[in-house]
Design a protein around this ligand. Sequence first.
Ligand code: MTE
Ligand code: MO
Length: 198
Amino acid sequence: MSVTDVTDLHEEFDGERLPPGQRETSKFPVLSKGDTPEWDPETWEFTVTGAVETDLAFSWDEFTDLPAERQRQDFHCVTGWSKFDCEFTGVSFRELAERAGVRDDAVHVMFSALDGYTTNLPLTDCMREEVLFAWEYDGEPIPREHGGPLRVVTPHKYAYKGAKWVDGVEFLTEPERGYWERRGYSNTANPWNEERYS
Ligand SMILES: Nc1nc2c(c(=O)[nH]1)N[C@H]1C(S)=C(S)[C@@H](COP(=O)(O)O)O[C@H]1N2
Ligand SMILES: [Mo]
């Protein structure tokens, strides 16, 4: 599979590849609000709901049959570390949005996850090519602690905007705040503006 390199997206934000106040690490630390949740591939279901023409539901096999792409991305954690050149494989947010048919009144998106985590983004931030629902990291299934079987990646934002163990996306007609956004983290999360806290 060919790899699309999106590690230059910092140029669009008039910033260096390493955002201000970050340090580069070669490790891949784990940051979770609690324990890694169980998942059962037999009963797991991924849903697309809210302000769409058609609600969608996928089994694990159906989801991983969706057209996949591979991207090389950087990963910026709000706690101050960045990891360059992560290769993620999965289906783009855009592809799912097209299949569901986003209604004209949809402006915002809420992601939900198996551990009860939620995170929100404006629709325009989700429709960017680099937002993926990824099931592989560096060519292997995503390690469970890093969000396997399925996680969202948002290299244009701090990584708390990317839900690990994601199992649903809801299109909203009004903005709402997710788990960390209600607890003092920035709602906008642009690493090149150091939007860490609100
Ligand atoms: N479901 C879920 N997704 C989550 C989190 C979480 O606790 N639960 N933590 C977020 C935070 S704060 C960060 S920095 C990244 C960490 O991803 P990693 O553990 O793979 O480094 O996942 C984000 N997505
Ligand atoms: Mo984080």
